[in-house]
Design a binder for this molecule. Structure first.
Ligand code: NI
Length: 178
């Protein structure tokens, strides 16, 4: 396993659509292991393959809090097949260091995907897990949290990120970063 470099906005790979995984083989399992290790090291609650420069439809999520046992969830070729209700979370993203923005998303989703063994599963998620699934699924389509903001907030975040890039001393954010 290896901790991989996380690409930060505006890296062009973050804007590219990831391609479906044709076969869940050792190469994909190695990718999943690296992604999990990279996510935990960050630390973050989710990571999409685009964020380490691999354009495959894979993301990992672990929304367990510090006092809960870790629960790694692996999603390969995910599809959100149902989305209901609304919720607003203050979201972060490992590709937007230090940023946290209120973003409105569905409260509940049903996702269909393959796990790390290539087995199909369906999962109904609410709350933070539902947010993380939507956020990571967006990454696979090259869609980023900044796209969810209105024009003013987008400009503010862009200029904040530009300033931070200059003075990157990385004081860790309290917000979950996905
Ligand atoms: Ni993200």
């Amino acid at each position: 396993m290896a901790v991989r470099e996380i690409l930060t906005y505006p890296h062009p790979n973050l804007r590219k659509a990831a391609q479906p995984v044709e076969r869940v083989d050792d190469e994909i399992r190695k990718l999943v292991e690296d992604m999990a290790e990279t996510m935990y090291a960050a630390p973050g609650v989710g990571l999409a393959a685009n964020q380490i420069g691999v354009l495959k439809r894979v993301f990992v999520i672990d929304t367990a809090t510090d006092d809960e046992p870790s629960q790694l969830r692996v999603f390969i070729n995910p599809e959100i097949i149902e989305a209901n209700g609304t919720q607003t979370w203050s979201e972060g993203c490992l590709s937007f260091p230090g940023a946290s923005e209120d973003i409105k998303r569905a409260e509940q989703v049903v996702v269909r995907a393959l796990d790390a063994e290539g087995q199909p599963f369906e999962l109904e998620a609410h709350g933070l897990l539902a947010v993380a699934i939507q956020h990571e699924n967006d990454h696979l389509d090259g869609v980023l949290m900044i796209d969810k903001l209105n024009a003013l907030k987008r400009r503010l975040l862009s200029s904040k990120l530009a300033k931070q890039a200059k003075a990157r001393s990385s004081a860790d954010s309290e917000q979950p970063r996905v």
